[in-house]
Design a protein around this ligand. Structure first.
Ligand SMILES: Cc1cc2nc3c(=O)[nH]c(=O)nc-3n(C[C@H](O)[C@H](O)[C@H](O)COP(=O)(O)OP(=O)(O)OC[C@H]3O[C@@H](n4cnc5c(N)ncnc54)[C@H](O)[C@@H]3O)c2cc1C
Length: 402
């Protein structure tokens, strides 16, 4: 592989794989170094709003994903205790779909598209630890684990994209020793075969139940065969505190059922139908004053992890990837300048999304009379006006098209 065009990406998550596709589309070659020895589908469902699906379409990922995607008509907001429909916020956008998909289907579509691209090399089981910049670009230091032996290895390229997620190990080599902060909130997630739930929940729609200090979201994925359910609660009980940040830690269903005992029967029935739950404690990443240095930069959750209350973390990583590729292509002879242009384009928007997600979290969980008042206000505003509040998010386009 010719070194002069090769960009190294640390992390093969949604952000890293999308960046690989976007950069090769601009004529770069890419080596993706991924710590996991095998890429398994962690987590369950993910909503992909038009700002993300527009990018996936441009990168030719959509044809591989479309057969497994569901296109929800919108969000049905419901009151937790009464089950009453508060409002419906439509997703109808003309030029790009709103999709709900299984993360495994998204990951497979990205990996298959990457596998067809001879300018992308994916190395699994390679954990990036550090990097050094020099006159030719960057050299990253990584460890490869072979059975029980760990071997140090190096990889060189013209630039480095750090897409290793919320708990980024490489962020430190860019001067950020900051650690994510616990929010004391817990996301519980489950998937249920669609045949086992009330037919009302099989419809192509996202349902959002708002309750006191908790909310519940569910939508169909896998072409409608499976219902993805996420319950978010303010307290971090029910999960083994020693479990770390893995998606695959089991949660105690009885704790969750007790937490939702006063909710409408339809919500409780759905929770009871789940064959098992996994728990994920939610963390905040304080805003970073800078994302990069020289020919290295952060991307996705490593740069701006966002709480899931706007369903945008993955979408923002996808946007980052598209913008980075365009800026580096514009600055082929000054990649450091391209990195700074990418950061300048992305920082205000991602910071706004992080703020809005945190705000949604507060609003979604308003207790007692405040929650009742919130539902009245939402119903009064109506779906059409609420929909317009998302225009700034969903209408995004990469710089060249703006
Ligand atoms: C409950 C919940 C629901 C969500 N729902 C949505 C949603 O509906 N829509 C949406 O857009 N977003 C959603 N998100 C957010 C979304 O999941 C994340 O924002 C997204 O996965 C971030 O992608 P990423 O590629 O930046 O990081 P990750 O997906 O974390 O990928 C990082 C990759 O880097 C690898 N890695 C780590 N360290 C190293 C290293 N040292 N060297 C090499 N590789 C390394 C990891 O193994 C991993 O593969 C949700 C999040 C949660 C918690």
């Amino acid at each position: 592989m010719a070194r002069s065009r090769t960009i190294i990406i640390a992390g093969a998550g949604i952000g890293g794989l999308t960046a690989a596709l976007a950069l090769t589309q601009q004529g770069f070659r890419v080596v993706v170094l991924e710590a996991a020895r095998e890429l398994t589908a962690v987590g369950a469902g993910i909503q992909l709003s038009p700002n993300a699906t527009r990018v996936l379409e441009a990168l030719d990922v959509s044809p591989r994903l479309a057969p497994f995607a569901v296109a929800p008509s919108g969000v049905n907001v419901r009151a937790a205790r009464s089950g009453r429909l508060v409002t419906h916020i439509g997703f109808d956008r003309k030029d790009a779909p709103y999709w709900s998909v299984h993360r495994g289907d998204l990951q497979r579509a990205l990996l298959e598209t990457a596998a067809d691209n001879e300018d992308i090399v994916l190395r699994l089981g390679v954990s990036v630890a550090d990097h050094a910049q020099h006159v030719h670009g960057v050299t990253v230091a990584a460890t490869v684990t072979c059975r029980t032996v760990r071997i140090m290895t190096e990889e060189s390229g013209i630039a480095l994209v750090v897409a290793d997620g919320l708990w980024s190990a490489v962020r430190g080599s860019l001067g950020h020793l900051i650690k994510p902060k616990s929010t004391r909130r817990m996301a519980w997630r489950a998937t249920i075969p669609a045949a086992q739930v009330d037919p009302a929940w099989r419809k192509a729609a996202v349902t959002l139940w708002l309750g006191s200090n908790a909310h519940l979201v569910h939508y169909p994925v896998r072409g409608g065969d499976v219902i993805n359910v996420v319950a978010i609660v303010e307290d971090a009980k029910g999960r083994d505190p020693k479990a770390g940040g893995s998606w695959s830690m089991p949660g105690d269903a009885t704790v969750l059922q007790a937490r939702f005992a006063t909710w409408a029967p339809a919500a409780r029935d759905l929770i009871a139908a789940a064959p098992g739950w996994q728990c994920w404690p939610l963390y905040d990443l304080p805003p970073l004053p800078t994302w990069g240095r020289g020919v290295a930069t952060l991307l996705g959750d490593a740069a701006h992890a966002t709480l899931p209350f706007l369903a945008q973390g993955g979408a923002l990583a996808i946007e980052d990837a598209a913008e980075l590729a365009v800026q580096l292509a514009r600055h082929r002879d000054d990649l450091a300048g391209g990195m700074r242009a990418y950061e300048a384009a992305r920082q205000p928007r991602t910071a706004r999304a992080v703020r809005e997600a945190a705000r949604n979290g507060r609003i979604y969980h308003l207790p007692g009379p405040l929650g009742f008042a919130r539902n009245r206000v939402m119903a009064g505003l109506g779906g059409e006006r609420l929909k317009k509040r998302y225009d700034w998010l969903y209408d995004w386009r990469v710089s060249r098209e703006q």
